[in-house]
Design a protein around this ligand. Structure first.
Ligand code: ZN
Ligand code: ZN
Length: 146
């Protein structure tokens, strides 16, 4: 039974991360922290962006959850696993598949992945703080499925 509950906690944390990161992206990164996030919208030379500070921060928070809950494998450990899983998926989809920061997955014939890329490219068609669209990554609007 515990294994089911722990798996559910991890899954819930993963889903919450998609919701949270969408809202955080829209209201904070395209808000008070636009100066940092701007480095991802307006491409400069090199492969490192000041915007990577966000990934780093979420990585530290996830690690704190895992370490904090590791002694007894309590809920904090599984929440941390959910955040790490989301971060890993985000990295592969966003940084590798969409932005090609690492040459690995160049293209895909999977309709969902193609729709994801179209949605995120729509987000990048805006180079200013606002307006914008598609702040989430994995949950995308219907119009991108075609
Ligand atoms: Zn953005
Ligand atoms: Zn992007």
């Amino acid at each position: 039974m515990t294994i089911v509950i722990n798996a559910l906690i991890t899954l819930l944390a993963f889903i919450c991360m998609e919701i949270f990161s969408g809202l955080f992206h829209k209201y904070v990164m395209h808000g008070v922290l636009w100066r940092i996030h701007k480095t991802h919208h307006i491409k400069s030379k090199g492969n490192v962006e000041v915007n990577d500070l966000f990934s780093l921060t979420f990585g530290v928070i996830a690690t704190a959850f895992v370490v904090g809950g590791a002694a007894e494998f309590d809920w904090r450990f599984w929440v941390g696993c959910g955040i790490i899983a989301y971060g890993a998926v985000y990295f592969v989809v966003h940084d590798v598949f969409i932005h090609h920061r690492i040459r690995w997955i160049e293209n895909s014939t999977i309709p969902y992945l193609q729709a994801l890329r179209r949605a995120h490219k729509a987000h990048h068609s805006y180079t200013d703080k606002d307006p914008g669209e598609e702040y989430g990554l994995l949950w995308i609007g219907k119009k991108y499925w075609r």
